[in-house]
Design a protein around this ligand. Structure first.
Ligand code: G3H
Ligand code: 13P
Ligand code: ZN
Length: 322
């Protein structure tokens, strides 16, 4: 199977009450870890590339790595997606360069500008058989060079979603309901603490999600900033010389619930970073004499695979849906 768009994936995910994982890729080990898990659990998957990933690894290298993964997993539907495209030009470059899906993220712009640029991308993308994700509302956290302070994020206004989707023709919509990018999704002051002193975050705004669903029946919704920042990995990082105090993510049960509703795409990057970093830190501490990168990248790749396998089975519900 060649790379596919997300159209069929989302249709089945919507009616089946599950979501497709969209995992960020930056190098070979990450591509392999994700797609080996998708292959083993027979799950469709979205591999997404940020502007920063293109700057780090180069567009061509990333496309070729993903093409290799497609060849190695011929029965798995895979989409190659641009994450947080911030201009028509970067979207065009990815559409022309082999991507099957792009995100145009003008969510920090005024509504009319967001509509205008999104529509321009949609027109070009649809002419080339590519689908488009757009965004309304802003998340806190860091994505590429854009950093939004906690408190400056804004939830999606459900009364805007119908007009936005109708006027732009976008294929899916990312909304802001309280998730945020990175490994520090909430300030300690927004949370309570459990008896072990671990932060407990405020719940996502399912009321906003439900209102968006009511206004856009059958339309695929996307959640960004959906890493759960598993505390066992934070502990390993901290135990082996790292320093990630109060790192906190979105509880898996909330993501599972969102996947049962209209959320068809769940974005996960930080959990992969955390799994790799924890594994490499531990490996380095336990093998101070090793210096062959394959020695520590092999368990790191396995950690990516295990993390993605866990998400597919226990969070997304996409196992067996390829
Ligand atoms: O939303 C942001 C993603 O985690 C990508 O991060 O821009 O550092 O590659 P990046
Ligand atoms: P996390 O930082 O929660 O993994 O979110 C990733 C993301 O939204 C990529 O677009
Ligand atoms: Zn994102």
């Amino acid at each position: 199977m060649a790379l596919v768009t997300t159209t069929e994936m989302f249709k089945k995910a919507y009616s089946g009450g599950y979501a497709i994982g969209a995992f960020n890729v930056n190098n070979m080990e990450i591509v392999q870890g994700i797609t080996e898990a998708a292959g083993e659990f027979n799950s469709p998957v979205i591999l997404q590339v940020s502007k920063g990933a293109r700057a780090y690894a180069n567009h061509t290298y990333l496309v070729k790595l993903v093409e290799a993964a497609v060849q190695e997993n011929p029965d798995i539907p895979m989409a190659l997606h641009l994450d947080h495209g911030d201009s028509f030009e970067i979207c065009k470059s990815c559409i022309d360069g082999g991507f099957t899906s792009v995100m145009i993220d003008c969510s920090s712009m005024p509504f009319e500008d967001n509509v205008k640029i999104t529509k321009q991308v949609v027109d070009y993308a649809h002419d080339h058989g590519v689908v488009v994700e757009a965004e309304l509302g802003t998340l806190a956290g860091v994505e590429d060079e854009v950093s939004v302070e906690h408190g400056s994020e804004s939830y999606t206004h459900p009364d805007e979603v119908e007009e936005f989707v109708t006027r732009t023709g976008c294929d899916s919509l990312a909304i802001a309901i309280g998730t945020s990018h990175g490994a520090y999704k909430f300030k300690a002051s927004q949370c309570t603490r459990n008896e072990e002193g671990i932060l407990v975050p405020p719940p996502l705004r399912f009321d906003i999600l439900e209102e968006c669903i009511r206004r856009l029946p059958g339309f695929p919704i996307v959640l960004h900033g959906s890493s759960s920042v598993p505390q066992e990995f934070v502990k390993i990082v901290n135990q082996y010389g790292g320093n990630m105090p109060d790192a906190i993510g979105i509880p898996e049960a909330e993501l599972r619930h969102a996947a049962e509703l209209a959320v068809c795409k769940i974005n996960i990057d930080s959990d992969i970073r955390l799994a790799m970093t924890a594994t490499i830190r531990k490996y380095m501490a336990e093998h101070p004499d090793h210096f062959d990168p394959r020695q520590y990248l092999k368990p790191a790749r396995q950690a990516v695979k295990d993390m993605v396998a866990h998400k597919i089975q226990n969070v997304l519900g996409s196992a067996g849906k390829a």
